[in-house]
Design a protein around this ligand. Sequence first.
Ligand SMILES: [Zn+2]
Ligand SMILES: [Zn+2]
Length: 299
Amino acid sequence: MSAAQPAICQREIVVLGAGQDAGAPQIGNADDTGPRLLPSSLGVIDRENGQRFLFDATPAISDQMAMMDRIDPPKAGLGIDGVFLTHAHIGHYFGLAYFGREAAGADRVPVFAMYRMAKFLRENAPWSQLVTLDNIALTEMEAGGFTVVSDEFGVLPITVPHRDEFSETVGFLIMTPDKRALYIPDLDSWDDFAEAGGGMLSDLIGGVDYAFIDATFWDDNELKKPDGTGRDMSDIPHPRVSATMDLLADLPASERAKVQFIHYNHTNPIRDPDSTESKEVEARGFNVARRGDRVCLAQ
Ligand SMILES: [Zn+2]
Ligand SMILES: [Zn+2]
C-alpha cells in the first residue's frame, strides 16, 4: 500500500518573500543578474476558519497577495483578516499604502501594531489617511500581550533591539493548537536581545516548530569589494548567518532543522540557492527560507 495522500493542510504558512527591505536587484544595481528577491513577508492561511493573515506589509504586497490568492483565493474583497506589522522600516509597512484610495480602497483591513507603530500611522501622512478613511482598522498590541484572533490562531509580539527611529520593533510568535512559529526578520543582535531580557535564541527555538530569523548578512566580509575597498561592517548591526549557525551548532539536528533564515540582503550569497554558502547552511542542518515555501501548522 502506498502512503495515504496528504490531506489539505488546515493551517499553513506561505513564505511570500525572503529578502531584506529593498529586495533584489536593489535600486542602483542595474547589472545585478542574481535571483530576484521580494522583501520578507509571511502569509498564514487558516482554512478551518476561512481566514488569511499577513506578517509585514511590504512594497511588493501586490505580488505577494497574488501569490497567496493563487494558493487560497479570497472569499470576499481582499480577504485579509489581519496584518501584523513588525516595525516602521520600508520593507515592513510601505505596503499598507496599497490599501488606500489609489489602489484597493480597502474597507477596514485589521492592522495589528505596537503602540509607537500605531501612533506613527495615525499621526503621519499618508498613513493617517488610511485611518481616517477607514481603509485600515488599527488594533494596538502590547509587549507580552497575547492577541487572540480565533480559537485556532493567536499572535504574541516579542520586542527586539533594532534601530527604532519611528517605532519599536517586534518579532512574532505565531500560535496555533498544533504548531508554533517564530518570525523575527530584523534585529541588531542576539546578545543584545538576551541582555534586554529576551532570553537565549536556542530557548526561543525550543518553544516553536519553525523559526524564521534574521539572515540579513552572511559575514563581516560581505560588503568588501575584491580589491579590499568597500564598506566597513563592524558598526552595522544584524546577526551574521555564519555566526548564528556557530551559536546554534551544538543543538540537536531536530532543533537546527527548525531554523529558516529570512530577510537576506541582496549582497548575501545565500540569495542564490546554488551558492557554496547556501549548501553550507543545508550541510550544517539549517534552512534558507525561499519565496513560495509552505509549511503546515496543523497535524
Ligand atoms: Zn527589514
Ligand atoms: Zn528594520
